[in-house]
Design a protein around this ligand. Sequence first.
Ligand code: UD1
Ligand code: CA
Length: 430
Amino acid sequence: MNISVIVLGAGKGTRMKSNNPKVLHKISGKSMISHVIDSVKDISDDIVVVLSHQAKRIEDELNREYNNLKFHIQDLENFPGTAGALRGISPRYEKVLILNGDMPLITKESIGKLIEKDGDINLSVLELENPKGYGRVVIENGEIREIVEEKDCSPTQRDIKSVNGGVYCLKREVLEEYIPRIDNSNAQKEYYLTDIIKLAVDDSRVVNPIFVDESEFKGVNSKYDLAVAEEIMQKRIKRELMESGVTMRLPDTIFIDINSQFEGEVTLESGVSILGDSKIVNSHIKSNSIVESSIVKDSEVGPMARVRPESNIIDSKIGNFVEVKKSTLNGVKAGHLSYLGDSTIDEGTNIGAGVITCNYDGKAKHKTIIGKNVFVGSDSQLVAPIIIEDSVMVGAGTTVTKNIKEGSLAISRVKLKVVKDFFYKFFGRG
Ligand code: UD1
Ligand code: CA
């Protein structure tokens, strides 16, 4: 489609009270600005992201995710504000869509509504019970007159409940004509893009209000807004997943990152978090377990288990208080209280309660490789790097410090000493 998109992300985001750039704050595992870019990347091949504050950091992060974005650096010092952001940008196409970078809930569908209507400017308008923080849209006889920012409102204007949703679809020539004419005579001494409305209306241009829903056009300015947006996004993600067949017990207690995938018969119990780009296939994740950037297939995990990034849990059972990191378990049972890191464990192997892979020697991480049908007794330590071949038995309480050949028993124990009547000698018979 022949439309240019400009995403505004140069603001300081002071209200966020954070050292990190506002638009990089995450909603459901993805930065706010990436959510915005995702909503437009299919309709435009001319997407310009405006940056300034911590530009390099944001640019680097976006370049890892997308490969055809353009970046424009705003002169924040001389031309602060959302109109200042647009100075010096030359959109390729005659139709231009402008979005704030802090509205992660926006969807392709609502953008469709904004761009389909003809007019010089289509403006997103929200009707809010509590309009606080937004620019008020002054509408007289059904026609938009102007937008007044909250800090510039008269007491009566402050009561207006129609507010600017922060998305604008306009003609390139409208931008070219009015952006240079916008000044900074307002409470914040900033160049407001919102002033374009009055300039256009005064010239009898066609400005259409497009009424939209708050659940998609919420601007995120503070940590509280971030939490509210997160809740809306989570509801959306979980609803879609449940509709596509994922079973969730008490879904309000479950957290799912947007890049996680689910296939087949999946059940998630209460308090579960599925993070990063995890993939869960035909599996049951029990209460209060966390799976991060891992694959779980044909398996049972939890309750209270933690699967850390780069793990593959295939056809396995991971029980309570088991932590797995960067490990592949294929056909394995690890029922209780274990740490399995940087390991590969094969079919038919049983990991007893309290088994620990000692993968770190203080300088580097080392691998543990365990073959098929191995029985690792409870409370054993496997000091990596180490290879335990197929059909090995490790006695409970063993510290394994060298490779064990197929079919062997490995056992390291201090000889058990029993001192008869010691208890009574020590405490007396009282
Ligand atoms: C803005 C609108 C307000 C609207 C609200 C919707 C203006 C003046 N006001 O207010 O009418 O109701 O969004 O959420 O536009 N930015 C820049 N350069 C700057 C300043 C901001 O690129 O110099 C970017 C920010 O990074 C942000 C977006 O523009 O992504 C909006 O800026 P923000 O300061 O959040 O504007 P609001 O006060 O929320
Ligand atoms: Ca905002």
